[in-house]
Design a protein around this ligand. Structure first.
Ligand code: GLP
Length: 264
């Protein structure tokens, strides 16, 4: 696992660089990149940077396929906080990706287990995810894999913790009762199947989750710790989110000495 400590704008550039490399690389080979996209505040600066590169530098997402991490169960199709609508607003509508190539778990499905299995099959049919963007919850969840999630889990329904619903109430007018109680989420094993995982975290409220994720014992109690088993996981954090890292000096020295061509 590589940990990079840098100001937020630089973190967004590094994540955008990783995405641009795979998008251009696949296109040059006549293929189609597969992106794993996340909601929450953490990736927003990355989407801003990708939209800028699309507008100003000709970075095209034509042919790119995107798979969302998770979705609330039961939010009406036109609800602004339905993750599909959030992804449309924050990312898809700002670049030239075909809306039909943006996929997410169906939180309105009548047959939820079938919808989850279909989602896993769609990711596999696309050839798997090249770069997966991730955030982390204050309780250490990634996607919506709450503490206690199986490290071998696949896309399924989960119950949200009180903590997560309180954290996300800010998107629902501060009213926790408006936050759905259930979600569909890629499992930890689904996320682990991505070829490169790029996790972003900022702010002091993420410091403990980041410390556990990078330096704690691998445990279902801190689901993000499963990424310690990933062969190519990059953790991009600002100073505040890095404030509890025991090996912060080592991460800084390592990144400062890294050859520029290597990327993340
Ligand atoms: C939600 C999402 C996660 C996200 C987390 C952190 O629970 N399902 O994918 O990582 O929030 O969100 P934020 O980046 O806003 O702190």
């Amino acid at each position: 696992m590589e940990v990079v400590i840098a100001p937020g704008a630089e973190l967004a550039r590094l994540a955008a660089d990783a995405i641009e490399r795979v998008v251009r690389g696949r296109a040059a080979d006549g293929g189609r990149a597969v992106l794993g996209i996340a909601t929450g505040s953490s990736p927003l600066a990355v989407y801003d940077e990708l939209a800028r590169r699309h507008a100003e530098e000709g970075l095209s997402f034509a042919g790119v396929r995107a798979f969302m991490l998770d979705e609330y169960v039961g939010l009406p199709a036109d609800h602004p906080e339905r993750y599909r609508n959030v992804v449309e607003k924050e990312f898809a509508s700002r670049v030239d990706i075909d809306p039909a190539d943006v996929h997410g778990p169906d939180g309105l499905a009548a047959d939820i287990p079938a919808a989850c299995a279909a989602y896993e099959a769609a990711i596999a049919d696309a050839g798997g995810v090249d770069v997966q963007i991730l955030g982390v919850g204050t309780d250490g969840h990634i996607a919506f894999n709450e503490p206690g999630s199986s490290l071998a889990s696949r896309t399924r329904i989960k119950t949200l913790t009180r903590q997560t619903r309180e954290d996300n109430a800010r998107f629902f007018g501060g009213d926790v009762s408006q936050v759905p109680t259930h979600c569909l989420t890629q499992g930890l094993a689904t996320i682990m199947s991505a070829r490169h995982v790029v996790l972003l975290a900022s702010g002091k409220h993420k410091a403990e989750a980041v410390h556990q994720l990078a330096e704690g014992a691998v445990s279902a109690m801190w689901p993000g710790t499963v990424l310690q088993h990933h062969p190519h996981a990059t953790v991009l954090v600002d100073e505040a989110a890095a404030s509890r890292l025991q090996l912060a000096s080592y991460y800084r020295e390592t990144f400062a000495a890294k050859p520029g061509w290597q990327g993340i």
